[in-house]
Ligand binder design. Sequence first.
Ligand SMILES: [Mn+2]
Length: 318
Amino acid sequence: MPCISLRRLGQLLHEAPAILLAIHQHPDADAIGSALGLAAGLRQAGKAVTLGCPDPVPERYRFLPGWQEVRQQVKPAALALVLDLNDPRRLHAVEQAVQASEQVAVLDHHPGAPDWPALMHIRTTAAATAVLVFQLLRVMKLPLTSEMATCLYCGLGGDTGFFTFQNTGAEALAVAARLVEAGAEPYEIHRLSAAALPLSSLRLRGRALISARSEYDGRLVYAMLRLEDFRETGAGPEETEGVVDELKSVAGGEVFVLFKQAAEHDWRISLRSDSLDVGQVARDLGGGGHAVASGCSLLGAEETVIQTVLHRLCALWS
Ligand SMILES: [Mn+2]
């Protein structure tokens, strides 16, 4: 796994006549913003750039300049640059075009890269790949337009929870300031990419929040979304994204759980905690995930499912 400097990566991009930028499945703001921001910069420099992603751009990022350029079918190029991931398996439908390109490079901030013969620039202390793209554009002396700044700000905002997550530091804020100077509009970008929801989602959230209750002296907070909540609000099961995180605003809470009913006796459970390992609890119940965010599915009647999960979580404090 050869490592390269940003300067070397800049040279490779300057030398390549045609470049394929590739991002991961289920693309997030950072993947899309980084790719669109860099693509615009490279095109200014006269490069032929194609953008590949196994999935289409989610609706909420379709205000970013150039989003229509993202393709699910792409061809190999002189240089393929993989952004915001370092495991080629997550490229799915675009992996073949990347691997068949004459040179393959990676620009990323995730740890644990598997061994594959790509030229890698990975810095795990970067809050977002968008920060690395910002620095790469500087090294390459490519001027930042307001369109590029908008894309990169959206990426940086996405990965830092708009400057509220633990990865928010002086570097992220300094880059954000430069992006705003170049024309990024913080209020609009946050509103369009993260805050705007369909009315049905808002009403579903309301149902979840009103159902919230606590156990163990307020340290465990849980909420329910039953079949009738989906039916009566008109929201689909995919509209529960972020609902469990809303529970985290309860003061004194340490573990947060959302029970979502998928069918009469079929429940999806989302778990969150900043201080206790809810990943292990999810695995014990046949699910998976990280220590801070995990999930599982259970079959059974509502009361039984709730008691099963609460009983497991209770052990976290013993
Ligand atoms: Mn990222």
